[in-house]
Design a protein around this ligand. Structure first.
Ligand code: 0GY
Length: 305
């Protein structure tokens, strides 16, 4: 019997993704992915809002190689709470090919931050998505930001579009660079040139050190999964939003798979098709190089440049 029963309705990740038609450039980084457990070795957090299926570091590294990525950024998922051991175990096993983003509680000691830094952590995650976490007091997040600032880390922030107006002032006051997950979760049935997405673009313009992950078409699409219609069609309804961000902020965008795709109940993406989304949102080789290679290298492997 499994140590943990996954949440009913949860879809398993795609075990045999197709080979992408788009060939990733040399040095491409999957800048948003996770490891889950395995729960028998790295138990899920008691306060979690969902129980995932296991997704080990070996499986993550196998996907990386199959898709053609060189390196990965492993982001702490809420199902592991602030216990970063599974993520850190993946970083340590990666031979320098993975960096991490941790969850930290206020009052974290300098020694803990230093140890995480030595393991390859370069950021902390502030999650504001209500279905995933209980709200943390903003003072707690500020405390964490102040503790990581001396290490040159950034804060990865995950919020829903509707919550940006209420969070904007706080986020702009955070004393470290910000990286927004999944374009702030726009409603892609609306106009990418309209006021709702305009407010998000304005937020990105407000500081030169706010980055954006143009990720998760599979999560944001309202039209559903792409059909294999001869041109391996991308998630077309998400393309104008992501492309808009890439074209205005080419030096501050990142891309990743979000494997193993937590909390998807509609469809589970074929990760090969997800990679084929990239040329639709970054139409030139120069933009793709920045998105997949140069930008993540600058943020996560600056010493290698
Ligand atoms: C993502 C998205 C989700 C989950 C988490 O940490 C998490 O549990 O981030 C989601 O459910 O939208 O980026 O993995």
């Amino acid at each position: 019997m499994a140590a943990f029963e996954k949440t009913p309705g949860w879809l398993d990740w795609c075990a045999e993704p197709s080979r992408p038609a788009f060939r990733l450039p040399e040095g491409a980084v999957d800048a948003h992915c996770h490891v889950f457990g395995p729960g028998a070795r790295f138990p899920y957090a008691p306060e979690r809002k969902y129980t995932p299926c296991d997704a080990s570091k070996e499986q993550l590294f196998a996907l990386r190689d199959r898709l053609g990525f060189t390196r990965s950024v492993v982001v702490q998922a809420t199902c592991h709470g602030a216990d970063n051991t599974a993520m850190v175990d993946a970083l340590r096993a990666s031979g320098g090919r993975a960096r991490g983003v941790a969850t930290l509680r206020p009052g974290v000691s300098d020694a803990e931050v230093a140890e995480l830094h030595a393991a390859g952590v370069r950021g902390v995650r502030f999650n504001f998505v209500k279905r995933l976490v209980d709200a943390a007091p903003l003072e707690d997040l500020r405390d964490v930001a102040e503790r990581i600032a001396p290490y040159g880390w950034h804060a990865v922030v995950y919020f829903e579009a509707a919550d940006l107006p209420g969070l904007r002032d706080f986020l702009l006051s955070v004393p470290v660079p910000l990286v927004v997950d999944h374009m702030g979760r726009p409603d892609v049935t609306r106009d990418p040139e309209g006021p709702a997405f305009g407010a998000f673009l304005d937020f990105l313009r407000a500081r030169p050190d706010i980055w954006c992950k143009v990720t998760c078409p599979e999560r944001l699409t309202a039209a559903g999964p792409p059909a294999l219609d001869g041109e391996r069609a991308a998630y077309r309804d998400v393309v104008p939003f992501a492309r808009r961000v890439v074209e205005e902020f080419p030096d501050r965008v990142l891309w990743g798979t979000d494997w193993p795709h937590p909390n998807l109940t509609g469809h589970m993406p074929d990760d090969g098709l997800l990679v084929d989304f990239v040329p639709h949102i970054a139409p030139t080789a120069e933009l793709r190089h920045r998105l997949l290679v140069a930008n993540p290298a600058r943020l996560y492997w600056p010493e290698a440049r």
